[in-house]
Design a protein around this ligand. Structure first.
Ligand SMILES: Cc1cc2nc3c(=O)[nH]c(=O)nc-3n(C[C@H](O)[C@H](O)[C@H](O)COP(=O)(O)O)c2cc1C
Length: 209
């Protein structure tokens, strides 16, 4: 089949649900901590997230849409534009429930990191805390926000780009000089309500031609 989302939307027959998030899978989960100018911490997952470049290391996440039922942009973009900093936290399988819990929509005064029962840990080069239990965290300085076309209902779409200025790796996930995926079991986002976890038996290796 073929469809054009500009005219057919994202749920053309025979699809029963909006299909877009099931088309590019798996996606990494960027679990992003920020801090407001009033010092309140925000933590939320973003599957529109990725590394962009390696030298210098840059990453992006996309806080899209208003907070449900409001005309307010999400805290994850308001905070980064106010303070210029954010942190990527890697979500391991063990942290999946807390990660999901932090997607709750609450006022800016609500600290999702604390409310999810997580411990904060200080960063070295940025003010927002990282999730202490996350095996990897990347401290980032905001470079720019790209404003994409608004949604069909007039909601804003943003790409937040940042440069990595600090890298935290838990010592116990390093085995023989490399990151030991078996110890992280990273969570990835699929379509609908589905997720995946990278297990050692799903990993294969290929040499470059
Ligand atoms: C796994 C997962 C991935 C998500 N990915 C995105 C995303 O890429 N962009 C987005 O705007 N919201 C995404 N959400 C929803 C946000 O996490 C949610 O809107 C969150 O409350 C952000 O709002 P805040 O910045 O005001 O805290 C995702 C939720 C989950 C559970």
């Amino acid at each position: 089949m073929f469809f054009d989302p500009r005219t057919d939307g994202m749920k053309p027959a025979p699809f029963t649900h909006s299909v877009y998030t099931a088309l590019v899978v798996p996606r990494p989960v960027g679990w992003i901590s920020t801090i407001g100018s009033d010092g309140v911490v925000n933590l939320a997952p973003f599957s529109f997230f990725n590394e962009l470049t390696g030298d210098p290391p840059c990453v992006m996440y996309c806080p899209n849409g208003f907070k449900p039922g409001t005309k307010e942009i999400k805290d994850s973009i308001a905070n980064v534009e106010a303070t210029g900093e954010f942190v990527f936290n890697l979500c391991s399988y063990d942290l999946r429930e807390q990660m999901n819990a932090t997607s709750i929509h609450e006022p800016a005064s609500y600290d999702e990191l604390a409310e999810a029962g997580l411990e904060p840990a200080p960063c070295n080069n940025v003010a927002p805390p990282r999730v202490a239990a996350a095996p990897i965290a990347l401290e980032c300085k905001h470079l720019e926000t790209v404003r994409l076309p608004k949604s069909s209902t007039g909601q804003p779409n943003h790409v937040v780009i940042g440069q990595v200025v600090g890298v935290h790796v838990a010592d116990d996930i390093i085995t023989d000089g490399i990151i030991d995926i078996a110890k992280i079991r990273p969570v990835a986002r699929l379509g609908y309500l589905d997720f995946a976890v990278i297990e050692p038996e799903s990993i294969f290796r290929m040499s470059r031609p």
